[in-house]
Design a protein around this ligand. Sequence first.
Ligand SMILES: NC(=O)c1ccc[n+]([C@@H]2O[C@H](COP(=O)([O-])OP(=O)(O)OC[C@H]3O[C@@H](n4cnc5c(N)ncnc54)[C@H](OP(=O)(O)O)[C@@H]3O)[C@@H](O)[C@H]2O)c1
Length: 315
Amino acid sequence: MPSILLFGASGLVGSHLVLALRDHYPDLTITVFLRNKNLDVYLYETAKVDKVVHGTFDETDKIVALAKTHDIVINVGSSWDVPLCEAIVEGLKQQPNGRKRSLIHMSGTGNFVDKRWTDGAFHADAKVWSDDDPEDMKIINPEMLNGGPDTVVLNAGKDSQIGTYVVFPSGIYGEAAGPVPALGVIQLVFREKAKELGFVPYVGEGSAIFNCLHVKAITPFMLLLLGLALQEDSPQGSVYERCFIIGGQEMPWKTASGAFARSLHAEGVISSPEAKSVKLEEAGAGELPMLMASNMPFVSPRAQRLGYKHEQSEP
Ligand SMILES: NC(=O)c1ccc[n+]([C@@H]2O[C@H](COP(=O)([O-])OP(=O)(O)OC[C@H]3O[C@@H](n4cnc5c(N)ncnc54)[C@H](OP(=O)(O)O)[C@@H]3O)[C@@H](O)[C@H]2O)c1
């Protein structure tokens, strides 16, 4: 049976995915690569993985060697780490000529922010990205939020024998499965922002649209992508036709920030349950202000054709 190498098994998405692999593909050989050394018993006994390898994303030689010996690499560990992706791609490239190998890479819709407007307001003319339009996917470049690794992966899909599949989720909410209470990226950055400013901000009138999906909607789609990678003798279509955008509810950023403010106030992280309007330049460090200030509308016909659904309740 094919072998899988999974990055990110202790994270929000990966914690669900590793259990879904156990349940849906018990015959696949699963190796997980992670830095947390306290999860071995859980991973072997509950998640039923075949092998745990400890390491960090900067251990390039180790990652190259692992990718060289696995049929399918799934990266839900980082959508920002270019050296990690380069190491994965290098290892997959080093496999014997003619051997089928695949890379399923998780990126994010943060690429698709229309920065022509940064006032936090809804703009009906903002560019609508479609996963069904290869010309849109061709625009992906290293200047985008997740574009560095995406470019490495897409180029590898064009220039080598690696079958690449890239999935772009919007903001992910929900709880991790397993012993690590991983918040995942967007829930973590909201929390960090609240600690930094002492309140949860939104930019301007906050009518710009935030799209989010429940972590439980992601796992079934990752299994569909895995099914595709397993089933295709050689990858079908261009690399741009193996890109999939997935999302869920749309709401104004003001509403999303309000929900985080109430929740973080209830936990005692901040003193007020109200989110506060700020100008972009007052919203502090990191990527969250940029995301809040603009719109990133998208449609997902390609993901939907493959079977993507978002049926979760309100966050
Ligand atoms: N969550 C979102 O809202 C969202 C939205 C769009 C895209 N994405 C992307 O989707 C993917 C999964 O997101 P997520 O929210 O599940 O992420 P997450 O909860 O932050 O999980 C990241 C995983 O990568 C591991 N990791 C991070 N840095 C590492 C390093 N230097 N060495 C070894 N392991 C390392 C973490 O291990 P530890 O447990 O040791 O920290 C964890 O298992 C990421 O690529 C993310 O950028 C997320």
